[in-house]
Design a protein around this ligand. Sequence first.
Ligand code: C2E
Ligand code: MG
Ligand code: MG
Length: 691
Amino acid sequence: MMTILGRIVSLGLPSSPGRIMGDGAPVGREGRLVLHWIASRLAMIFPVQSDNEKLLQEQWSVHSHLVPLLYFTLLANSWGVAVAFFDHAPARLTIAIPVGFSIVSCVRVAMWWLRRNAQFTAEQIRKEQLRTTVLTVVLGCAVCAWSLALFPYGDAYQKAHVAFYLAITILACMLCLTHLRPAMLSVTIIGGTTFLGYFASSGILSLIIMATSFFPVIIATAVIGLIQNRDFVRMVDARERVSHLAHYDMLTGLPNRASFNDELERRLAAPGNPIGLLYIDLDGFKLVNDTRGHGIGDLLLVEVGKRLSAVCNARAMLVSRLGGDEFAVILPHGNVDEAKAHADRIVEAVSANYDFGHGNITIGASIGIALAPQHGDTAENLLARSDIALYAAKEAGKGNARIFTSSMETRIQERARLEEDFRKALQDRDDLFVFYQPIVSIETGEVTAREALVRWRHPLRGWISPAEFVPVAEQFGLADALGAFVLETACREAASWEDRARIAVNISATQLGKGTLHGYVLSALVASGLSPNRLELEITETALLDNERDIIGDLRRMRDLGVRIALDDFGTGYSSLAHLRAFPFDKIKIDGSFVKDAVSRPDCAAVVRAVTDLGKRLGVTTVAEGVETEEQLDCLRNEGCVEVQGYLFGRPVPNGKDALRIERIDRKRETCSPHCAVVSRRAVRDTALAL
Ligand code: C2E
Ligand code: MG
Ligand code: MG
């Protein structure tokens, strides 16, 4: 019995009476404890305990729909009893009181009708619930008192009618009040005790049996009501959780891309509503994720989310995680200066150190800014343009914020045209060349290797720098085809070099980490017959920023073939030293920007010295790129550099056959347009050499 009671009152409540019951206390004390426990549980289930506004609104809405039914049942049943007693009981009982019930019921239904579409706050709902519960208690007592007052005036049938009236009205009211737990329980207690108490003590056997039969029915109805109530709460809760998952990012708790798009569209739909859109991409996040693990990566994203929310804390600002390491912020204005200042604050906040107990972590942020209405008035347009601006920010060296300009878009279109032309050049291969630039040992002066540098002679624009078209090839998925062309050509030509110098081939970021490079390298080596130890692959530091784990896997496979791996443009990426730890490179190429200023700037000289020292310690060859003057060479020699590369020792040049082919193409061009022949010929050759 106690267990059943315990179950009933603990519906939706956390603890059980087991602990109270199981301590072996004497029966009297145990009884008191149980009563105390039941009282405390009743005290807990009576009030509406939700702080959840949504739940309160849903409960109130379902309850409100049952209000007319409740009063209809009450009135119909009450007037039925009144008519049955019309000739037997005084008019105050058969007319005045039913009229009173009718007035109260009509007023309540009218109130319900007038407010049926109103949106209530949680506080208002709580007040309404309290009012309804109080009214339920008053009406419940009134109905019970009225029916018991009628009882003595009736014959056996009419008495049975009163009992029937009370029972069905109590049950109907309980069902209609299911979603207002305190009111339902009030009806259960008032109606139940009245029915049981009065009829059980009536001395009439049929009524006593009726009362005892009614007891389990009213308890069962109450339990069903409580279960329904609990299930409703769970259902609303689950629905809210699903809706939360659909609209918020699980990791950071920020609104996700879908709700961001909705909000952006909503704000843009309001005419003349200015908006600033900041599209944020984290610099160096992938490196942290790959080297420190996904756990730290997740912590980092959460912390970035917090920092963004702290910087963008104004009410009308919306911070959202679009996915991966991309975030976006909606600003409530379209002011250029303010948007830029805000973006700078974000860059500063995100770039500050992070410490999760495993040493400091540093990342950066690049931001593209687009403003409405000047840069677009649809969500799609604004996002696309902020993305273009983000691209420009990344190109400008990361850790930057850029506001969209139409010239950025023009550049994108030019890129698309360039991609089309480059695709054709790759197919025909007529206008693609590989030039070679020597890499020289400082000590002996001999050429230890030559770097293969690709050249493209555009049919209209002339020579185009690889710095311009290689990124286009990478962006449009042509890096593998270009890489295969350079690898094949360079290995084939290097195989016939008499000095047996090594050949260094540049590898694009997008060629790495897919497990496919190994095949290209192997086929180039097999086709050319070049010994693998004469091939050197140059990987730029920035290539290692993405997907480091897979890239290192690729490099190891290459190393297993006997191919050497060089780290190119050292010092230009993030966490250069972390890269040296991640893979044992054979060569470090110090970026030309440090070499250029090594003579005049002590900080650049210090970088060169630090890298050469490190190279010596790790047994790695150090090469200085971009050496143009004797002064630079002396400086590099003093700093302990092992090899050098630059115009001082030779510009990139084609092999003999290609040089002749280039000459022939130039001549053909001259005959086509004789008036610009001399200028064109010189210009083309100079450009080719300067590239
Ligand atoms: P990189 O690999 O760092 O190549 C060195 C760049 O410095 C080359 O520019 C070279 O011409 C230039 N250079 C060499 N000595 C000097 C000097 O003394 N002074 C100056 N100012 N520059 C010098 P280039 O050929 O324009 O190549 C630019 C970049 O394009 C390369 O930088 C490399 O990252 C990329 N690249 C070139 N060829 C290929 C290729 O076949 N595949 C891939 N993926 N990238 C390539
Ligand atoms: Mg290189
Ligand atoms: Mg380089």
